[in-house]
Write a protein that binds this ligand. Sequence first.
Ligand SMILES: C[S@@+](CC[C@H](N)C(=O)[O-])C[C@H]1O[C@@H](n2cnc3c(N)ncnc32)[C@H](O)[C@@H]1O
Length: 288
Amino acid sequence: MKTLKERLVEFLADNESNLKEIYEALPDEKETTIRGRLNENIDKCFRRVSRGIYIATVGDTQCALIEGDSWDELAKLEDNSFDAIITDPPYSILNAQMQTGTTRARNLKKGWDFETKDIDSDLYSEMLRVLKPNGHFFCFMPAAKHDTYDYIYNQIKIAEAAGFTFNSQWVWDKKVISLGYNGRPRHELILFFSKGKRRRINNSIADVQTHSRMMGRKKVHQTEKPVELLIELIRFSTYPGDVVLDPFAGSYSLGLAAMLTGRHAVGIEKHPDFAKAGIWRMTRSLWT
Ligand SMILES: C[S@@+](CC[C@H](N)C(=O)[O-])C[C@H]1O[C@@H](n2cnc3c(N)ncnc32)[C@H](O)[C@@H]1O
């Protein structure tokens, strides 16, 4: 007979659930007992393993978050250790847009909540080094416009010069229009690279992904990406048990998406508050 903890771990490994759904899935257990077991295990599933390194565990799946600067931290990781890299970098190209305009909350603040820095050839080379041969690298980019297309093109060229193969450009359709003059903006781009010829895992996934952007109180990061979108990229790029890397983790949506699909993840985030909020959000989403 399995213990309640084992049953919970098994159930949560396959289902992102709230408490009500967990109660319904385990009707023979008292709700207070389930809550008690979950509370006990949050501590075990979310550990600070050393200064600035956090680990979350669900069943056999582990997700680590390193608080630090990717330019320093990637150098400490071994060659060929990740099956995929999926990231949303803190690119500077939208900084100017953030300084102007008076209607959106982000413009009123006159900037992002986080530091921006563009991926350069050193970091592309490091990402290539830690990625396994044939592994996928997905990199979010703004939509191509009069003031961004040069930047996007240059990023592709720098990544290629570092050794990545550029495969194609995907589109994230956010479903809701935003402010703008040349057609109301509703999408962002995602550049799809690989280390050499890409591995083929799941060819049923479309290169236009339609998922609502995160809004309202549930959002813990200004540029938080929807977990459902990241799940599609993970399923396109990896098998269960594989390891994915996000060098700019933010709220660590990628870690949550990885855990929900049975992949391991490593994230790096420079801002200490986001690092803690990210791993805590992930643990809470999985356990409460
Ligand atoms: C665009 S956000 C990522 C948001 C994330 N995709 C999410 O869903 O929440 C970029 C993140 O990179 C972090 N960052 C900026 N510079 C960094 C650096 N040098 N090393 C690691 N993280 C950095 C920022 O603090 C920010 O949280």
